[in-house]
Design a protein around this ligand. Structure first.
Ligand code: NAG
Ligand code: NAG
Length: 478
């Protein structure tokens, strides 16, 4: 079950010795020629551990902390034990399509912004042509929140790219189907309306045809995929797992909602704008939050606010790039295999820049970097049969069903300030079914590189806005 790290000495210059090192002949040879690496980092994991069980196994971390929410995967038994079979997981093709729409809109917003903060536009709402499909149907990490008094438990999409938090709200004019009972403002004694002339009403865009009564603050949020939520911008009490509360939390009480939200109650916005939960709770938690995305669909993670003392063991920080706000930008300069940085010019990465995102499923690299990386990864993995993926874009897939364990080279991100972050072994892959497991990286075109959600699994990722840094620590969920 546990991923183990082994250091395989490559200082052996004789081919016969290298075979003893149990590495692939061609690869060992190539490494020797290219880098004369002293050591080669690999991770070994059991194939059986790739696939989730049908019973939810709760992580303990969320119970140990006060200001924390539980995080679950929409497509497993931790979301809705009885219903989860009806939430059909997306195909890899759907994931790629949805990811690309998301990256396209992040890119468009960053180039349009050029430093200017724009409170109106969400990712995917730029009126630019979005590739068919949507950006929300494949987002699978959900935050379990308690809304209102008495609290209603709701699962919202964890989105570092969104600003506004909203949920479907009774009395509803038009609501899509969700798995949890709808939040009803009439059943809560902590629901507070916001007058239209309140300064916080500036955080949201007023609908063209506002719902009645028109003296209240109403909002409309529309996304490029055609999803929309319209309703009243309001205040409520938000309860975390350990009963810690956020009072007067600003959220969208959506009475007209549509979109491919696939049974999920709404969105929790974590970007760097005033309406986001991060900025709203600045007084209390100082714009510091962290999450651990669960290892599988049958385990849980957490989303925690405020700084942790002591800091998570083994945490490494890298600089947060202010110019990429409202998204979270990082200064990626390279990618490594086996612990050694691949020979790719830094400007390939730094020219467009890099975003760390909770929504994109795959990770995306610029074309030149991707191709170099993919080729070397395949050589390193040549002990395993490479099989065709479900679509041309998903081209590095393996059938591990004949193996009991798999040894994968460490994939690492190299940052400008010298920080190196290694991906925990098997999370370099996206497991699809027992005969199909694919490398979790894609060619992202000439857009920003994206550190997507699957490679972040089990790490505690700390976002420290005042410190302008992002930290990565191992074993963040358990
Ligand atoms: C549940 O998770 C813990 C910690 O990750 C692990 O040690 C344990 O084996 C898991 N239990 C089951 C039944 O999978
Ligand atoms: C895994 O998925 C692929 C692509 O959809 C399919 O061709 C293959 O038959 C599946 N294998 C199993 C064991 O379900």
């Amino acid at each position: 079950m546990a991923t183990s790290i082994s250091f395989v000495g490559l200082s052996c210059f004789l081919l016969s010795l290298c075979l003893v090192c149990s590495l692939k002949e061609g690869y060992a040879f190539e490494e020797l020629i290219e880098s004369y690496a002293e050591s080669y980092l690999t991770h070994t994991f059991e194939v059986s551990s790739l696939f989730a069980s049908s019973i939810c196994n709760h992580s303990t971390k969320a119970n140990e902390r006060e200001s924390t929410f539980r995080v679950v995967d929409k497509y497993g038994p931790c979301f809705q034990p009885s219903l989860h079979r009806s939430v059909v997981p997306p195909s890899l093709t759907d994931i790629i399509r949805s990811d690309r729409a998301r990256i396209y809109s992040i890119q468009a917003r960053l180039s349009k912004n050029s430093g200017r903060r724009d409170l109106i536009v969400e990712p995917n709402s730029l009126g630019i042509p979005i590739i068919d499909g949507s950006a929300f149907d494949t987002l699978s990490y959900l935050v379990k929140v308690g809304l209102g008094t008495p609290k209603k438990d709701l699962s919202l999409i964890l989105d570092t790219g969104s600003r506004l938090t909203w949920t479907q709200c009774e009395p509803c004019r038009s609501c899509y189907k969700q798995s949890e009972p709808l939040y009803d403002r009439d059943d809560s004694n902590s629901y507070v309306t916001i007058p239209r002339n309140d300064p916080v009403c500036e955080y949201v865009r007023r609908p063209v045809d506002p719902p009645r009564p028109i003296n209240l603050c109403s909002y409309e949020i529309s996304y490029g995929d055609g999803s929309v939520s319209v309703g009243f911008f309001s205040k409520e009490t938000l309860t975390m797992s350990a009963a810690e509360k956020i009072n007067s939390f600003l959220f969208g009480c959506g009475t007209d909602n549509k979109g491919p939200f696939n049974l999920v109650a709404g969105i929790l916005g974590l970007n760097q704008e005033d309406a986001s939960i991060v900025f709203q709770t600045a007084q209390k938690y100082n714009k510091i939050f962290s999450y651990c995305l669960p290892s599988s669909t049958s385990s849980t993670g957490h989303l925690t606010f405020g700084s942790q003392t002591p800091a998570p063991a083994g945490i490494k920080y890298t600089k947060l790039v202010a110019e990429k706000s409202p998204f979270y930008g990082l200064d990626l300069i390279g990618i490594g295999l086996g612990g050694t940085k691949l020979n790719i010019p830094e400007s390939i990465f730094t020219t467009p820049g890099t975003i760390i995102d909770s929504g994109a499923v795959f990770s995306y690299l610029p074309p030149v970097a991707y191709m170099t990386f993919r080729d070397k990864f395949r050589v390193a993995m040549s002990a395993y049969p490479l099989i065709p993926g479900p679509t041309a874009a998903i081209e590095t897939c393996y059938d591990f069903s004949k193996s009991t364990s798999v040894t994968v080279p460490e994939i690492s991100f190299f940052f400008k300030d010298g920080t190196i972050v290694g991906i925990p072994g098997k999370y370099s892959f996206i497991e699809y079914n027992t005969t199909l497991t694919c490398l979790g990286f894609q060619d992202g075109g000439d857009k920003h590189s994206i550190i997507g959600n699957k490679v972040q699994r089990t790490m505690e990722v700390v976002y420290d806005v005042p410190g302008q840094r992002v930290g990565f620590a191992p074993n963040g969920c358990s």
